[in-house]
Write a protein of this length. Structure first.
Length: 170
């Protein structure tokens, strides 16, 4: 008796190999999908961080450009109290930071959050820094570091040359 071979079906080995290949392809697609999602979150959150930093540094530059007097007692490496004139009216402002984990404050209101470092440096000339604000200060340098997604730092720096009418105040 001769056996008739059915050529319409698959062998068990062919089915196992096909399932194995499908599993490998599915694992690769899944891993790349996770990578794409993480990349999206990284880009999205860090884009928000960049926007917050740019808004904060622009606001600080604008306010410091209008400085007329500075309180000597309140001009430190992490805060400054100053008077500016807008529409011929004297307005007192305070820019301050209380250290890591705290928000950067302008007049007591949050200017930006997640600030990991903030510093003010005072310059008598373009490259001559002073340790503190003085009657010779001509340039104020602002440095902000904001923490983004997965503790990625974003640094913002600006130098402002205010138009002082009175160089120092009380």
């Amino acid at each position: 008796m001769s056996r008739k071979i059915n050529k319409n079906g698959f062998t068990l080995v062919e089915i196992i190999i096909s399932l194995l290949l499908i599993g490998i392809v599915a694992a690769l697609v899944g891993m790349s999908g996770v990578y794409l999602v993480n990349s999206y979150f990284f880009a999205s959150v860090n884009n928000e961080t960049m926007q917050k930093g740019q808004i904060a540094i622009t606001k600080i530059q604008k306010e410091l450009n209008n400085v007329k007097t500075v309180s000597l007692a309140a001009a430190t490496a992490t805060s400054i109290t100053f008077t500016s004139y807008k529409d011929a009216v004297a307005v007192n402002h305070t820019l301050s930071w209380a250290g890591a984990g705290n928000n950067l404050l302008f007049d007591g209101f949050t200017l930006t959050d997640k600030v990991s470092n903030f510093s003010l440096a005072y310059y008598d000339n373009y490259n001559v820094s002073a340790t503190a604000f003085s009657a010779n200060t001509r340039i104020i340098e602002v440095n902000i570091v904001i923490t983004g997604y997965e503790t990625t730092p974003a640094e913002f720096k600006a130098r402002v040359a205010p138009s002082f009418n009175i160089l120092t105040g009380t």
